[in-house]
Design a protein around this ligand. Structure first.
Ligand SMILES: Nc1ncnc2c1ncn2[C@@H]1O[C@H](COP(=O)(O)OP(=O)(O)OP(=O)(O)O)[C@@H](O)[C@H]1O
Length: 248
């Protein structure tokens, strides 16, 4: 059981290094924390900073209290963090089997049994092992992307918009699967545009605005917040509702 904690995380890209502006977060086992916020708020950038994928980072990311080096995705992976990017998260020209093998490239042994574990967890993949990932449906590809991420036996899963482009029915299936993974003990942090539905499956709602965290609360209370509904969930706030405050 592993807890991810991050404090005062700032960072971004070579050409724009101040996208995330001092975010703290703790994600414990069984948490499914859903990050929502407007376009360009820095949600994806934050996940990439936690995963060690961007070199421009200050602040601390720790696993069970032990700090990870900045900009070192390999170290993050070895310490149990697995990241599923929004796009290009599987190799379309490789088979399902080959994608799973790629996910396990860091394993020194036990590749076959790790693959078998994923096939037991996601039986749909067993029947598609020889099919190219590019021939799967969008929902099936996302299942494969999660299975690939689980090949290293992570304890922390970072997911960037796992339901982007999926039908509502396929999105629900993915959310159920993610919720079950959290319930089994993983610490999960997920960015989602599909905010209302994602919060319905999540344990926590985290709101990022302009690179800062403005809310971190039980998912149920974030869903019920009129102002957040108005801003992010497409529901009207009552007249005279206050505006969400954040520092610039
Ligand atoms: N590779 C990059 N180089 C420079 N700037 C980038 C890069 N990728 C993203 N940005 C900028 O960083 C800011 C935050 O982008 P990010 O993708 O993290 O936001 P987001 O909250 O995930 O938004 P969205 O919901 O639109 O994906 C944006 O202004 C974006 O233009």
């Amino acid at each position: 059981m592993t807890t991810l904690s991050a404090s005062a995380i700032c960072g971004g890209y070579a050409t724009a290094d101040f996208i995330v502006k001092g975010v703290d977060i703790t994600v414990a086992p069984k948490d499914l924390a859903v990050i929502i916020g407007p376009n360009g708020a820095g949600k994806s950038t934050f996940l990439k900073l936690l995963a060690g994928l961007l070199p421009k980072r200050t602040g601390d990311v720790s696993i069970d209290g032990i700090a990870l080096p900045a900009g070192d995705a390999h170290a993050a992976c070895e310490r149990g963090i697995s990241f599923v990017p929004q796009e290009r998260n599987v190799f379309g020209s490789l088979s399902v089997q080959e994608n799973l093998e790629m996910g396990g490239y860091l394993l020194r042994s036990g590749l076959k049994s790790r693959i078998e574990e994923q096939l037991n967890r996601f039986p749909m993949l067993r029947g598609r092992l020889r099919d190219k990932a590019g021939n799967l449906s969008g929902g099936q590809r996302q299942v494969l992307a999660v299975a690939v991420a689980l090949m290293t036996n992570p304890s922390v899963l970072l997911l960037d918009e796992p339901t982007a482009g999926l039908s509502p029915a396929a999105a629900k299936e993915i959310f159920v699967l993610i919720r079950d993974l959290a319930a089994s003990g993983l610490a999960i942090l997920m960015v989602e545009q599909n905010a209302l539905l994602a919060l319905a499956y999540g344990t926590r709602g985290v709101v990022l605005v302009a690179g800062k965290k403005v809310r971190d609360d039980a998912a149920a209370s974030v869903i019920e917040d009129d102002e957040i509904r108005h801003l992010f969930l497409g529901r009207a706030a009552p007249a005279g509702a206050p505006t969400l405050k954040h520092d610039h």
